[in-house]
Every structure is written in C-alpha cells, then in structure tokens.
Design a protein around this ligand. Sequence first.
Ligand SMILES: Cc1cc2nc3c(=O)[nH]c(=O)nc-3n(C[C@H](O)[C@H](O)[C@H](O)COP(=O)(O)OP(=O)(O)OC[C@H]3O[C@@H](n4cnc5c(N)ncnc54)[C@H](O)[C@@H]3O)c2cc1C
Length: 621
Amino acid sequence: MNAAVRIDPETGLRLFNTRAAKASEKIAGKGYSVVTDQKLTELPKPPAGATFNAEEQAKYRAFKEVRRGAADYMAMEGDFRKYLDDVYSEPPIPREALDDECEILVVGAGFGGLLLWQKLNEAGFTDVRFCEKGGDVGGTWYWNRYPGIACDVESYSYLPLLDETGYIPSMKFASGFEILEHCQRMAQKFGFYDHCLFHTTVEATTWDEASGRWIVETDRGDKMRARFVILANGILTTPKLARIAGMEKFKGESFHTSRWNYDIDLSGKRVGIIGTGATAVQAIPELAKVVGELYVFQRTPSSIEVRAQRETTTEEREIWSKEPGWAAARRGRFARISEVRAAVLANDDYLSGKSPDFKERKIYDRKLTPEEFMQKQLDSSFRLMEQVRARVDAIVKNPKTAAALKPYYPYGCKRPTFHDEYLPTFNLPHVHLVDVAPRGVSEINERGVVHEGVEYPLDVLIYATGFQWMGTSSFNLIRGRSGRTLTEKWETEGTRTFLGLHTRGFPNLFIVTGPQGGGGSFNFTDVIYAHADYLIWMMQTMRERGAAVVDVRKEPEDKYAEHCRDADIATAPLRDCISYYNGEGKATPGSLAYYGGRAWDRFRMEAQSSLEPYVFEGDPN
Ligand SMILES: Cc1cc2nc3c(=O)[nH]c(=O)nc-3n(C[C@H](O)[C@H](O)[C@H](O)COP(=O)(O)OP(=O)(O)OC[C@H]3O[C@@H](n4cnc5c(N)ncnc54)[C@H](O)[C@@H]3O)c2cc1C
C-alpha cells in the first residue's frame, strides 16, 4: 500500500493517498422513480383570470406573519456534535502532520474543488492542494445520501465535466448516488486524489503579511503555507438543527438527514421526521415504503411541483456520444433561462437546441414600467401557486391534511420542490401529517415528540432541518490583513465583496459561490464554472504581471455591495415570505445570495478589461 504522503520524484511536490474506504455497502439508494400516472405528473389547469389581488395578498401576509420569529436554529454543538460524525467512511487514514508550502490551497472537494482542479491543472497550475473534511470527494453529494436523493436541476446541465469524462447520466434527474459516483469518476480521471487531504478540516486561515502567505491550520495538526486560498467549501454544507425543548432527552435513535444512518434498520419502526423542506420531500416517499408508522412534523408546507422524471433516451445517448461539447452547449442554454419555473421544467426542445427559446414571448405594444412588470410576475407566480394548491386537493384525500399541505407564498420564495409520489404518500394509512404550524414542534421527551398535549412515541427521529445558507462554516476562522476575521469585517461593515469572489483586506483569498457571488443561473454548476474561469483568468493575469498579491480597492467593493443590496430590494416582493433565502426574514438586503442576474457578468467584464478594481503588489518570489 502507498504511504499516505509521498514525494513525486518528477516535480518534488507532495502527493497524497488519504481517500477513506466506504463504511458499509448498506449505504445505497436511488432518487426519483419514473411515474407514469398522468394524474400525478401534470399540474391542474391554471384558474382563469386569477390575479394576486388585495385579498390574496392579505392571505399571504398573514401566512408569513404568524411564522415570523418561529425559526430558531442552532449549531450542532455539545450533545449534538455527534450528528456531524462522518458515518459514510472508514476512519481517517493515519498520516504525518504537514508543515510545508503549496501555491494554491483549496478548501473543499465538492463540485467546486473538482472543477477547479481540472481547470487549474489544464491551465498549468499543478502545485495545488485540497483539504476536505469528508473521507471522499462529492461535497454535497458525499454528505447527503438519504433515500430518494436526486438533483432538481436537470442532470445533463448540472453534472460538471460530462464532455470531458464522456459520461451520460442515466436519468433526467440523477440520483445523489449516481452524482457521487460521477464525482469519483472526475477525481479518478483527472488525478484529483493525489492532491487531496481527506478527513482534514481547516480550522484557521491567517494572513502573514511578512511572507505574503496564508497560514492554514487543520484538525490534523497541519500548518501549511499557501500563496492563494480558495474557499470551495460550500454554501449549504453546514447542517443545522431546530432548537426544541427537551431534544437531548430522546432515548431512541436520531440523526440529521445529511448523515443518514444506514445501520439503523427502519423497517416496521415508528419513525418521525421534523421538517418538510426539499430534503424531506425527497426522503418521505421512500421512508413510507419501509417504516411501520411515519409521522411528518410540518411547520410550513413546501410547494410540490411535478417532477416528470424520465430515463435518458437511446436517441439522446446516440446523439450526445457523437457530439463533442454537447453538455457545455446545453448548460449554456440552461443559463439563459431567467425564470425559476422555466429552469426547473427544463424544456428538452430548447435545451437540446431544437427550438430557439424556452418559452413563447408575448409582444407588448409598449415597454412595461418596473411596477407593471413586477405585478405581472406576481400574478403569474400566484397562478402557478394556485395550480400547486389545486394539485394538493386533487391528490390528497383527507381534506384536513390537504389544507395543511397548501403553501401560501410566492413561487420560489422558499426552495421549490418537485415530486410525483410525495402527495400520494399522505393517503397511506400509516403516514400521518402532524401540522405544527405556525410555530413548529414545541417539545421532545424521552419517548418522542409532543405537540399540543399529544405525544407521538417514536423509535427513530430524523431531523430534516436543513443547512446554513451562504455559510461556508469558515468565515469566522479566516483572519486577514487587519487581524479581523471575515465574519467580524462583515458584521461591522456589512457583507462586502467584489463579485462575491474577493473581499478587501483578505488578499489572495477567493470565495467560490459565496454571498454576493453571482453567475446568473439557477444551476449552481454554472456559477461554479463562471467562478472557476474567473479564478484561472486572475491567476494567469497575476503570472503575466509578475504580481504576488491581489487585493481589491474600497470604492469598487462598496459599489458592488450597493448593487447587490439594490438588486435584492428590487426583487424582494418575489420572495416575500420567511425562508432561509432571506435569513428567516432577518437578513440585511444584499448580504446573502446574489439577485442581479446577468449584471454580474457586466461587473466582471468591466473589471477584467480595466483592472481598475484590483491592487496588484509584489514580486511572486
Ligand atoms: C440535498 C441538496 C441538493 C441539491 N441539489 C441541487 C440541484 O439540484 N441543483 C443545484 O444547482 N444545486 C443543488 N444543491 C446545491 C449544491 O450544494 C451545489 O449544487 C454544489 O454541489 C455545491 O458544490 P460546492 O463544491 O460549492 O460545495 P459542497 O458540495 O458543499 O462542498 C464543499 C465541501 O467543503 C468541505 N468543507 C467545508 N468546510 C470545510 C473545512 N473547514 N475544511 C475542510 N473541508 C471543508 C465540506 O465537507 C464539503 O465536502 C443541492 C444542495 C443540497 C444540500
């Protein structure tokens, strides 16, 4: 067996062999099934002439206001730290602590890390090292392996490097297990494993002005120096728990969906699941197939749109296998779709290039004012939500359960979800929706969940309580030029970045898909590509200029932060509910995701042609 750390005789670089083996063969599953019943795969017709009038607006407002302040999430600390354990891999491979230097250190081995490696390597940057908390590649798709997991952006546009690996996904919406295998395929093909330290968590990243290096410390005792640090450590990677009185008392088995415990046999058991967001919607139909009794504790219903899963056709396989660049072209077309709904419908004719647009454009005899345009968007969101609500009535037989499953907020305000088996699951006699609106579950005791005086005894309790949004889990661990952490900078000045990728005072640090990090697509992979391309350009520009350090100037950073705030405020009526997207109603406008669409490209292109936002310093040696 190879040593965990060895020296490449040709380059003198350290290479690694730290990938951990899979913990158990029980860790397996599938995503969305193909459903053929037309009643389940079509939305009811939209109601004629319905508009988002004052009465409906009041209903939405009331739905929102009763939930204000109800979300109380907590980190997994103390008694709850166990929920973060890596249950998917064998224990870490022993290795020596590293006290050395590399040119580029990347945190994270998800899509971001994998794509960066392929692109950096191709551009001639080989002294690149990755640190990854988990035992293997995949990131999101390493940690999330719950039954039913699948992507919701069509896989032909979502999976990176399909052209380069020659892989064609088996389904339009690939299962998380297939995506994880694709991550491993990318890692094998491009030699990623040699460059990654698995089971290695970065705990401190500190700028050393004298040497012009970042000092990166890890939980494995490493103290490495790097000229550049790239944070590709995810924006939905840190799981969170709802704070519920008595949760530490529960004597049964429990886990969070991002650490699914396949050693617990759920068959015939009384199982409770708290939360009905995107994860729960995918997991619940699969859980219902095995458990004895299923209790679903729901504070706020998700919008359940049709999924219309299908297999990749033989014709597609034939065409794509003879068409170099098919996936990049398709992803490019996907990126031009500017509406959430159209993006998730993923019109095959348009995406395959057979038809020129993703929808029929209405021609107006004059340009709409911004107010008129907003009203049109709100009306069409309302009509779509009426269809979503009508679908609940058409499928769910118990009227009380159906009423509780209907969402009242603009489409896409909470993470939209898709399923053709979720709603029918609530017609099964052993599946019980426990409506805990609007404040959520109030108590957990030794035996199970208690709500409004009723006890629900459980053998297993599953937390489907989601993730921190736009938190990489490390902003509070990075100290820049002033000695302040990134979190401290943003808490005092407000979130301030340039393009979401740089933040002043933190030279040579780049954040992939973080707060304010645009790219103009609903497809995260597209954003990761845009950010990776930008970073390659930046590294090459620095090489050409003989620069060692790049920072950004205050004025462009302020201007960009103001743009992010304005874009968020301008589009806020479309997201008028309490959701993780707006920090449960508490986020400062512009501090989380980017809502400027393609404007990000304009900022980027101007910066790349003028170089005016940047301060380049020093000699690289
Ligand atoms: C269940 C689920 C389904 C999703 N479905 C879609 C979808 O259909 N379409 C879409 O566009 N997006 C989807 N997303 C968003 C998804 O996160 C992104 O698409 C993408 O996979 C993110 O890749 P990434 O590499 O940026 O981050 P991640 O995949 O989150 O990878 C980051 C990695 O960094 C590691 N890490 C974090 N901190 C540290 C540290 N301090 N030290 C070392 N390592 C660290 C983590 O362990 C993780 O492995 C989904 C997210 C979830 C949770």
